[in-house]
Design a protein around this ligand. Structure first.
Ligand code: HEM
Length: 489
């Protein structure tokens, strides 16, 4: 009996290993160079064991392939094959080729939870129609209209920190971007946003808090999307889902009943509803994506910028001088036009997003068999594709001494020489970031208020070397960044 049991266990182990070995030969069978995977984690052992940030682990894989001189290669997450383009031409083919790679592999199904029916998740024709409908809400003119609302949030931010002496950056910047989203995307009153314990802030926090179990669930259904639909899996807590849905319903009803109109994002969606092109549920979903896609990204741009400015005091001084000089020309008032004149500021933001792209990698799903030009390999329908933005941004071929924070890379002259795919913090091609202008504007307004008013230095509580957070899907700091701040006279 015991020996039968033992034989069964041994047989199960053999089947398990053979199965893995067979699956891990996928790229070999496809004649694509590949990095050796590890049973059972594939090429992401550290991310799955929560020891490394996903974006950073992908960047390491990119660097290994680059070192071997490959133009592209195959990797695996668990047993799922992922195609990783390295050469910028291969990358361009994926990002521009709308007919083969127009979808993302995402977790969260609109048929199960309507709040997921937003641009990041939508696929195929549904995505294309929605992108066309929403694009007019993200023009420079629309961003400009939101300037005053964001400026009020900036005033609150400056007030909040002025007597602190020392701040933890990420939390401070996230508070600001939550205020911006509350006001612009959900039409909340700026005053209500000053309340630290507002239900909006509480639910935003809850929506983003990920337990180990929920992270594993995300990875699992990211790899097996069909199972997610089959099992009708919920990825947003019901109370969070209901809160954001009800909030959108209430704001729309209030504005429609009382004839209230404001220069915010939700207003342009309400106008679309009036013409019959959006439903209330869709408005809720798009406001929600403003939060999901815009909150952490913009907060990270601010966080890493202030961190680098505190470490590079000359750059900080020069930036402050530019801000003060330009504002003097504009009567001391921060305005949309004044911000456009701050060219050194743009260099600072660009270099921050080069070194710390908030979205460190993007993914695509191959929707039709794709033959790689001039090669025998066919990327099969259903294959995941990863683009390592962090890997490209820290590639010494495009950015010499990539760890250095060097604004010269983004001088007018050097920008002209840069390959257009070597710097892609907002992605590229038809699915690139629709909120780019808003994200930049929001970060610039927040930073402008802080740098104009305070001198920042690194506090001793901040570690010398800053890792990335292994628990975050973004390029987030792995430890609290504390800065001292001193009021500028
Ligand atoms: C500085 C801040 C931001 C950065 C660095 C950033 C970066 C990105 C990146 C890398 C993508 C993926 C592009 C791709 O897959 O090729 C993306 C997509 C997206 N972003 Fe942003 N983003 C920022 C701010 C915002 C804001 C404020 C919004 C507000 C609405 C937003 C909304 C979106 C949406 C809706 C998508 C999906 C677009 C589509 O699939 O059609 N982002 N963003």
């Amino acid at each position: 009996m015991v020996s039968l049991f033992l034989a069964l266990i041994i047989a199960a182990c053999i089947i398990f290993i053979v199965n893995f070995k067979w699956r891990f030969q996928y790229w070999q069978r496809k004649k694509l160079p590949f990095l050796k995977p590890q049973i059972p984690f594939g090429n992401f052992p550290n991310f799955i064991k929560s020891k490394e940030n996903l974006g950073m682990e992908t960047a390491h894989l990119y660097a290994q392939m680059k070192k071997k001189g490959w133009k592209h290669g195959g990797i695996y997450i668990l047993t799922s094959p992922i195609y990783l383009p390295i050469h910028l031409d291969n990358l361009k083919n994926v990002l521009e080729d709308d007919g083969y790679f127009s979808d993302r592999s995402v977790v969260g199904n609109p048929k199960i939870e309507p709040l997921h029916a937003h641009l990041v998740n939508l696929k195929g024709a549904e995505w294309r129609d929605m992108r066309t409908k929403l694009s007019p809400s993200f023009t420079a003119g629309k961003a400009k209209m939101m300037f005053d609302i964001i400026k009020q949030c900036q005033d609150c931010l400056v007030k909040k920190v002025e007597n602190l002496g020392c701040v933890e950056l990420e939390e401070t910047c996230k508070n600001f971007t939550t205020d911006v989203i509350g006001c612009c995307a959900f039409g909340l009153d700026c005053k209500s946003m000053q309340n630290e314990s507002s239900p909006f802030k509480m639910y935003c926090h809850k929506a983003l808090t990920k337990t180990i179990l929920s992270r594993l669930k995300l990875i699992f259904f990211y790899i097996f999307p069909r199972l997610e639909l089959f099992l009708k899996v919920h990825t947003i807590d019901t109370d969070v889902h209901d809160f954001f849905m009800n909030l959108a319903h209430e704001v729309i009803e209030y504005r429609e009943k009382n004839g209230v109109s404001r220069n915010d994002f939700i207003q342009s969606l309400i106008e679309m509803k009036k013409s019959g092109s959006l439903t209330v549920e869709e408005i809720a979903a798009h406001s929600f994506v403003f939060f999901l896609a815009g909150f952490e990204t913009s907060a990270l741009v601010m966080t890493w910028t202030l961190y680098e400015l505190a470490k590079n005091l000359e750059i900080q001084e020069r930036l402050r001088d530019e801000i003060c000089d330009v504002l003097e020309k504009f009567g001391g008032q921060i305005s949309y036009d004044a911000l456009q004149e701050m060219k050194y500021f743009d260099q600072v933001l660009n270099e921050t997003m080069r070194k710390f792209p908030p979205v460190a990698f993007v993914n695509r799903l191959c929707i039709k068999d794709y033959k790689i030009p001039d090669e025998d390999t066919v990327i099969e329908k259903g294959t995941l594709v990863a683009i390592s933005i962090l890997g490209i941004h820290r590639d010494a071929e495009y950015f010499l001494d990539p760890e250095k924070y060097d604004l010269g890379r983004f001088s007018e002259e050097n920008k002209k020489k840069m390959h257009s795919y070597a710097y892609i913090p907002f992605g590229k091609g038809p699915r690139s970031c629709i909120g780019m202008r808003l994200g930049l504007l929001e970060s610039k307004i927040g930073l402008c208020g802080l740098v104009r008013n305070f001198r920042f230095t690194v506090n001793e509580k901040t570690p010398d070397v800053m890792p990335l957070d292994p628990g975050s899907l973004f390029c987030s700091p792995g430890a609290p960044i504390w800065l001292n701040l001193e009021k500028c006279l």
